[in-house]
Design a protein around this ligand. Structure first.
Ligand SMILES: Cc1cc2nc3c(=O)[nH]c(=O)nc-3n(C[C@H](O)[C@H](O)[C@H](O)COP(=O)(O)OP(=O)(O)OC[C@H]3O[C@@H](n4cnc5c(N)ncnc54)[C@H](O)[C@@H]3O)c2cc1C
Length: 422
């Protein structure tokens, strides 16, 4: 009989680790704090589960150790995810490179994983919240304690997730367990989350959706840029481009050193990102020919969403009802300029409850290329608990599959560089 392996956390990474270890001869026990496995997975991809992405590169991830991450993703990449899931019965489809179960049901992904966990002979213990892990008196055994009792294993994999969506079970307790065992933590922030802004007047444009380019401006320069559908809300900004920028903004707001945190971060917004400067000038000049007897509101109708134009008219100090021919030229020019150079000021994000992932965690330089702890041999890590977070688009689940698989193989005693995903 191979190693006994205890896995704390039965989410995406924990289930993958359990299957990989059990298939390689380990006697595996999966300890899950909830009353069922994989609760979070059901809400992924709006219930459809975007489980991977055909276009995957190191630039789709954030971590303190990109070299190791690149190596890990090279050992279990998108093609491995596809063959693994096809091998356990899931039909997969690609929508512009974004991978989903063909039936578009996240429950199907969870179900095939649960069936395979059972088929591989993994012992599943639900309602078992791991509260502490200690190196036992007998050399190289881990004593795992929960309110439900104590267990002892040769190897342990921590796959407890981060703090995002804590109602699904990932409440940050994995960080406490890692610390207990001597590991440090890269500070965590909510990521892939909505941002809250200082501007009160956003209420007037709540509900507007528009294609836009967003640039995070910090200390006089652009530090990150995204394009996509921006959603304006009562309290701030949302939508995929905002999600993508949110971890960068949250880390700036947190400050690298205590006392250095920024109180707010400017996001510049261009609602006409396809326009060149000369094209925009021509567009403005052409529009001025329309002047006639129109009011200011009528003059700008048809450029952007009506609510946005009304806001920009107000911000420029004009009245919507005044005759455009008599309006102040500089104020009209300001309305045009706002279409390309509007900015909002972010003062924070929504909390972990609304976040899709948690950035930060156990640093990758504290683990080996098999995801084994460099501090405590026999202890492994997988999933979001590690300091790796990906962009929106299937990259976070890809990391869960990749790290779960590698940690599972490692804990079972397999250390080859290239391992068959089946
Ligand atoms: C709304 C939403 C939508 C998302 N959509 C996508 C998507 O479409 N594509 C994508 O790639 N990513 C998506 N993500 C992110 C993705 O779901 C996560 O990155 C991924 O699930 C992380 O896997 P994990 O196994 O590391 O952690 P989790 O999935 O968080 O699993 C951790 C498990 O550990 C258990 N646990 C925690 N502490 C303990 C303990 N002390 N003892 C025992 N058990 C414990 C928890 O109950 C949980 O079941 C989404 C996230 C959310 C919240």
């Amino acid at each position: 009989m191979g190693n006994t392996v205890g896995i704390a956390g039965g989410g995406a990474a924990g289930m993958m680790a359990a299957i990989a270890a059990a298939r390689r001869g380990a006697k595996v026990t999966l300890l899950e704090g909830n009353d069922r496995l994989g609760k979070k997975m059901l809400s992924t991809g709006n219930g459809k589960c975007n489980l991977g992405n055909e276009r995957l590169g190191i630039e789709d991830y954030y971590t303190g150790c990109p070299d190791l991450l690149e190596e890990l993703l090279g050992r279990f990449g998108t093609a491995d995810t596809v063959s693994f899931f096809q091998g356990i019965g899931l039909m997969i489809k690609s929508r512009n490179g974004y991978l989903y179960p063909a039936c578009e049901q996240a429950a199907a992904v969870l179900d095939v994983l649960r069936y395979e966990v059972r088929a591989a002979g993994v012992e599943v213990v639900t309602d078992f919240k791991v509260e502490s892990i200690r190196l036992g008196r007998r050399a190289r055994r881990f004593d795992v304690q929960g309110r439900e009792g104590d267990r002892s294993f040769d190897r342990v994999i921590l796959a407890c997730g981060g703090k995002a969506a804590p109602k699904t079970g990932s409440d940050g307790s994995g960080y406490r367990l890692a610390r207990q065992l001597g590991h440090s933590l890269v500070p965590t922030v909510p990521a892939l989350v909505q941002l809250r802004c200082r501007e009160d007047y956003l209420k007037a444009v709540a509900g507007v959706r528009a294609d836009a380019e967003l640039s995070v401006r910090w200390q006089g320069r652009c530090v990150s840029r995204e394009r996509g559908e921006l959603q304006l809300t009562e309290y701030g900004i949302s939508g995929i481009p905002v999600f993508q920028l949110s971890r960068t903004v949250n880390y700036i707001l947190m400050g690298k050193n205590p006392g250095e945190a920024g109180r707010e971060v400017e996001i510049a917004i261009d609602f006409l990102p396809d326009c060149t400067d000369s094209g925009f000038e021509a567009l403005c000049a052409g529009r001025r020919l329309l002047q006639g007897q129109r009011t200011v509101e009528e003059f700008f109708t048809g450029m952007l969403h009506k609510k946005l134009m009304l806001l920009f008219i107000k911000l420029a100090g004009l009245k919507a009802t005044e005759n455009v021919g008599e309006a102040d030229e500089r104020k009209l020019a300001k309305v045009f300029a706002l279409c390309r150079h509007w900015s909002v000021h972010v003062v924070g994000s929504n909390p972990y409850d609304s976040a899709q992932v948690c950035a930060g965690g156990v640093p990758l330089d504290e683990v080996t290329q098999n995801l084994e702890s460099r501090l405590v041999p026999g202890l492994y890590f997988a999933g979001e608990l590690l300091d790796v977070d990906g962009r929106c688009g299937g990259y976070n689940l890809q990391w869960a599959w990749c790290s779960g698989f590698i940690a599972g193989c490692g804990a079972a005693g397999y250390r080859e560089n290239r391992i068959s995903p089946i």
